[in-house]
Design a protein around this ligand. Sequence first.
Ligand code: PDD
Length: 293
Amino acid sequence: MPALVSPPTVYLNGVFQPLDQARISVLDRGFLFGDGVYEVMPVYGGQPFRLAEHLRRLGNSLAGIRCANPFDDMQWEVLLRNLVAQNGGGDLSVYLQVTRGAGPNRDHAFPVGASQSVFAMASPLLPLPQVYRERGVSAVLVEDIRWGRCDIKTITLLANVLLRQQAVDAGAFEAILVRGAHVTEGAASNVFVVRECVLVTPPKGPLLLPGITRDLVVELACANHIPIHEAMLTTEDVRQADELWLTSSTKEIVPVTTLAGAPIGTGLPGPLYRRMMDLYQAFKDLARAGKYQ
Ligand code: PDD
């Protein structure tokens, strides 16, 4: 069970403080323009999971929006471990956000000399209901209306919010996004299909987020001789798949068994899903024991 203490302690601009006391300027560009980037990182048994990978992606996102990284990796690690300790350790989801800070007024152009806002908080990492893993979830296909730099993990998430809500309105777990002829990813997840025992996921590029969970699944497949390759997927490839999975840091790997009302494969989670979940859980157990990050 999550060991979060109440009220949670958050980090804001150099100060650890109770969540309900944290305050930020209304001129902060995160508030006015969505001008910032973020990360979501799981913590298992008090150990940040895939920390180096998350920090590398954060650095890339900051470079992508022409913002300096306020900390080096060691400083980030100290901050995050401190945050985890102050929130009781255990299994947590850590959110961190860097915005371009507050300018003197509302002006689209970058402010000169503004200091960035750095925020981090920890929430309980709630396990996905077991029935989702045993029976699978449903998803819908929706048009990907986002911009051309979806590889940057920006806090400007309005399109993702609207897309996810389309799934919720349809009673589905996730929206799978289609741009032109191809499936890119989910509203907050990456996509894998299994076709004749081969795992396929779209290649990284500007139109999808380079998911940390995606990369770990690819790594685990390679290390365990599960055939895998990266290829663009059409909606037909996804509809006709034997298995369809979604991956994300907070949801891990989720089997999709119904797409737009029609079954995927047998309509139940497939054998490769169960194999990959076992590998993923074994990897998590090592991380929990401090043997890997
Ligand atoms: N979202 N694609 C999108 C658009 C996402 O927002 C996410 C994760 C992923 C999966 O990435 P990762 O495996 O690194 O979590 C893919 C997080 C969890 C969020 O916004 O809450």
